[in-house]
Design a protein around this ligand. Structure first.
Ligand code: ATP
Ligand code: MG
Ligand code: MG
Length: 558
């Protein structure tokens, strides 16, 4: 695999191996199964798997399922599918919840060392006692409970003797630490909730900050790569690894999250879009989820190249979504067959073409990749063109069809507009043209030139098709901007105010007859329109649905 972009984590790993600090490399991708993966996760996947791959190491897929409230096995299934589709095979497949017993024992060890205590303060009181950036925290009145009392209370917490929130276990570190994360963080809480994996076996659950370093240590992860929000937690991560005396000592390294313009990148927000009906599921083609991008037609190759090219650094500005579009065009250019499709049909009758006659014309499948060969397309007296390719009273420089003008039909003949047929209301319903047999494509005709080349589909054999065109789901480049400004949660303006009411346009048109047999996820370049993907969910026999992946042109330059 290629690794050309900058990546400071690679340098750390290289040094660790060279200095002998490490003899092997193990990374992990640790999603919480509380939603579907998005392209930000794809970045984490690519970083973790690529680095292990480069240093002959291993990468685990670990479900970080320590919070019973939000997790579900539907998500576990979807996440596995997405990781595989992105092109990666994990070494170990693990569930953090399978480590609950070991984590419990580590908590007991901390209590025995005088490094953890059971606290009866409420969540609000704990927050109050914790202090602020400028003010040190206050000790809880329960901080000096004896080891024996703590062991007894923690065991009774585990047995279910207390209700939710009545007690917590806290690490005993330093209530006046300048790093608030070290002011006796809660490491276990009570939650009488059925867990998707462990059922009702546990009613106490470890907090993320306690669980994660232990999960890494248990799996002998060497480099635990996460995003920069966890930077301030690194001292706590190291404290837990040290005080729990784990055999393996993992190291946390943070990089800047991937954000993309006009998208939100948080499972909670994406779930809101799904639950509140703004989209038709996690895999809606407008979603920045891996499953949405797949259904839209983005390829794993394009996504991998895109996230690699964004580099690995501590910064996290939003990346222009056009950069992803650029890479999908690059990927599909050579692979996608060319074809013609009419999105907004207008009937054209070629009055001097013999009635009942159909001829087959040859068309290249991909001029950029001649090895893909040719296809046969029918031509006859009746065809469809795009409505926008005809104007009765055109402005200057309009080179398409208008009364008296001649244009080229791609792969076929020149036609000339002779007459316009309208309905009672004056709408154009049909165009009458004549064709010139001498001008047949491939015949070498040079007699005269025309400026416009139109695509078309023969009418009698055309396959009805649906086209779905997309615009960004969110109007603002940074949809979270306003939320950050909001001071009162009650008055909160949400990113939902930014939902674009015109993000989906559905058109009924026609495609070439050879498109009858398309399969879900097949990708095509429709001449003059762009790249489209066959929708895997709603394509019906003889009525394909095509999702616009990207248009042909872009001002974006790498
Ligand atoms: P979300 O807020 O979307 O739920 P998360 O970080 O809580 O994100 P996890 O399931 O915990 O989601 O993420 C699994 C891994 O993916 C973590 O290591 C996390 O740091 C990484 N990750 C999540 N979002 C991004 C992003 N936007 N860019 C890069 N990595 C990300
Ligand atoms: Mg998380
Ligand atoms: Mg999350």
């Amino acid at each position: 695999m290629e690794h050309t972009s900058s990546n400071f984590i690679r340098n750390i790993i290289k040094e660790d191996l060279e200095s002998g600090k490490r003899t092997h490399v193990t990374t992990r991708f640790p999603p919480e199964p509380n939603g579907y993966l998005h392209i930000g996760h794809a970045k984490s996947i690519v970083i973790n798997f690529d680095l292990a791959d480069e240093f002959n190491g291993k990468t685990n897929l670990r479900f970080d399922d320590t919070n019973p409230l939000k997790e579900d096995s539907e998500y576990v299934h979807a996440i596995k599918e997405d990781v595989k589709w992105l092109g990666y095979d994990w070494d170990g497949l693990f569930f953090a919840s399978n480590y609950f017993q070991e984590m419990y024992e580590k908590a007991v060890l901390l209590i025995k060392k005088g490094k953890a205590y059971v606290d009866d303060l409420s969540a609000d009181e704990i927050r109050e006692y914790r202090g602020t950036l400028t003010e040190p925290g206050k000790d809880s009145p329960y901080r000096d409970r004896s080891i024996e009392e703590n062991l007894d209370l923690f065991e009774r917490m585990r047995k279910g003797e207390f209700g939710n929130g009545e007690k917590v276990l806290r690490a005993k570190i330093d209530m006046s630490s300048p790093n608030i994360n070290l002011r006796d963080p809660v490491i276990y809480r009570i939650s009488h909730t059925t867990h998707h994996n462990t059922g009702d076996e546990w009613c106490i659950y470890p907090m993320y900050a306690f669980a994660h370093p232990l999960e890494d240590a248990i799996e002998d992860v060497t480099h635990s790569i996460c995003t920069t929000e966890f930077e301030d937690q690194r001292p706590l991560y190291d404290w837990i690894v040290r005080e729990c005396e784990t055999e393996s000592v993992p190291q946390q390294i943070e990089f800047g999250r991937l954000n993309i313009t006009n998208a939100v990148m948080s499972k909670r927000k994406l779930k809101q879009l799904v639950d509140e009906g703004f989209v038709d599921g996690w895999d809606d083609p407008r979603m920045p989820t891996v499953s949405g991008l797949r259904r839209r037609g983005y390829t794993p190759e394009a996504i991998r190249t895109f996230v690699r090219e964004t580099g690995v650094s501590k910064g996290s500005g939003a990346v222009d979504s056009q950069m992803l579009d650029y890479f999908v065009r690059e990927d599909l250019k050579m692979k996608a067959p060319r074809t013609m499709g009419i999105l907004r049909p207008l009937k054209v009758v070629i009055t001097n073409y013999p009635e009942g006659q159909v001829e087959m014309l040859e068309a290249e499948i991909n001029p950029e990749n001649p090895e893909m060969g040719t296809r046969q397309i029918p031509f006859s007296r009746e065809i469809y063109i795009e409505q926008e390719d005809f104007m009765e009273n055109p402005p200057k420089k309009y080179f398409r069809l208008f009364p008296g003008n001649e244009v080229r039909l791609k792969h076929a003949y020149f036609i000339k507009c002779e007459d316009v047929i309208k309905d009672e209301d004056g709408n154009v319903v049909e165009i009458h043209c004549t064709y010139d047999p001498e001008t047949k494509s491939g015949s070498g005709f040079t007699g005269r030139k025309v400026k416009g080349t139109l695509h078309w589909v023969e009418a009698t054999q055309a396959v009805p098709a649906e086209f779905r065109l997309y615009e960004p789901l969110l109007l603002n480049e940074d949809p979270e901007e306003q939320e950050e400004d909001a001071t009162e949660p009650a008055a909160e303006k949400t990113f939902l105010d930014q939902v674009n009411p015109n993000s989906l346009e559905v058109l009924k048109g026609f495609v070439e007859p050879n498109m009858k047999e398309v399969s879900p996820q097949d990708k095509f370049q429709f001449f003059r329109h762009g790249y489209f993907n066959v929708d895997p969910k709603e394509t019906a026999k003889d009525n394909p649905v095509f999702n616009l992946i990207v248009s042909l042109k872009s001002s974006f330059k790498l």
